[in-house]
Write a protein of this length. Sequence first.
Length: 84
Amino acid sequence: MTQRIRGIPDEEATGSAKALFEASTRMLGRVANLQRILAHSPEVAKWLLPFIAAVRQPSAGAMSGVRLRNLAVLKTSTLNGCRY
């Protein structure tokens, strides 16, 4: 599957998008592809980043175990035909 919406690379991120990438790196340790796409609309991305962190990161309040979260990621990736 090819990416339909081009994600914003680090080099092109400015203003709100750059701040979002820095916050994502601090909270999650990286900038996810979804964040790169959402950076086209930084206001939406700013709202979504804390939600993603709360669902996925135990330090941010995630209640599910690592195994369950990883199984959910694998199942979703399989259903969507992701190759990575």
